[in-house]
Design a protein. Structure first.
Length: 298
């Protein structure tokens, strides 16, 4: 039904692969159940998230950028209720180790972060691979793509109810997996038909998957990135863990040949992921509008 994002059961993929494709084409996002990440590991990772974001500021500031936006993000004038810590590449043991060392993570916290990073990276590649297969590009390989993740904290008070936690945006990469807060809502996504925002309410044990801008040219326009935001609905502390699967910075975004034919000519120019990120930054177009600048038929 409209007003609710689709639900995709990963265990049902082989029986009904088109449900994943249709959700990605029609909404650009979906809720994922039976995803394979243990509930215990999710709960432990959320506990680590709370502990790390409760660290003194001088320790959190040691979490430096590898690429812009990959390190500590303090509350800002634009997003005063939000702060985050970033791990550049969940598939890289050195990246995970550096993240843990910067924040003086305990051996137990380090173990949880390592286990979660490995599990969520494998899941991201699995979803992307299954999506490509459901669209007819069964040979496309996402192995080796960086998998950044960010742990987020929103400080909501009675005075900030009705205010934005994070402004309207799309993600720049290919695919995002969100472990949202289990109790405090606020996430909203754009319904592409009504062009109004609909709430994505808490549903413990599930994950929310949304597509980023890179999925659009990669699919020759078949997939769509989804605009989303976080709104302050209630007072309290809100925590989430977001994982971003993106191409390597210098990789040219390649359209699988299966997506191009006489009826569907190439829609976008060639560019690298780094070039597209820079385009979003220099134009200050962060809600998918930058895609219009790389279209061939504009």
């Amino acid at each position: 039904m409209r007003g609710q994002i689709p639900v995709v059961d990963l265990e049902e993929y082989e029986r009904d692969p088109q449900k994943l494709r249709e959700a990605s084409e029609e909404w650009g996002c979906f809720r994922l159940v039976n995803h394979g990440i243990p509930t215990k590991l999710m709960a432990e990772m959320k506990e680590v998230t709370r502990d790390l974001l409760d660290l003194p500021l001088e320790i959190k500031q040691r979490n430096k950028d590898v690429i812009p936006g990959s390190g500590y993000m303090a509350p800002s004038e634009k997003n005063p209720l939000y702060e985050a810590l970033g791990l550049f590449d969940a598939r890289s043991s050195s990246s995970v180790s550096s993240f843990c060392s910067q924040l003086e993570a305990s051996p137990h916290q380090r173990k949880i972060i390592e286990e979660y990073a490995e599990a969520i990276q494998k899941l991201a590649v699995n979803i992307a691979t299954k999506l490509a297969k459901s669209m007819g590009a069964s040979d496309y390989c996402f192995e080796g793509w960086p998998c950044q993740f960010r742990i987020n904290k929103y400080t909501f008070t009675p005075e900030t109810v009705g205010s934005p936690g994070v402004q309207i945006h799309t993600d720049s990469g290919f695919l995002t997996i969100l472990q949202d807060d289990e109790n405090l809502g606020g996430l909203e996504v754009m319904d592409p038909l009504s062009t109004s925002f609909v709430p994505v309410d808490p549903w413990p044990g599930t994950l929310v998957v949304n597509l980023g801008d890179i999925a659009v040219p990669w699919s020759n326009g078949r997939l769509q990135s989804v605009q989303h935001r976080v709104q302050c609905k209630d007072a309290g502390l809100r925590f989430s863990v977001a994982t971003f699967l993106s191409p390597p910075a210098d990789k040219v975004v390649e359209v699988p040949p299966e997506f191009i034919n006489e009826e569907h000519p190439r829609m976008f120019s060639s560019f690298t992921y780094e070039e597209y990120r820079n385009l979003r930054k220099t134009t200050k177009l962060h809600a998918g509008e930058a895609l219009q600048l790389v279209r061939l038929d504009k």
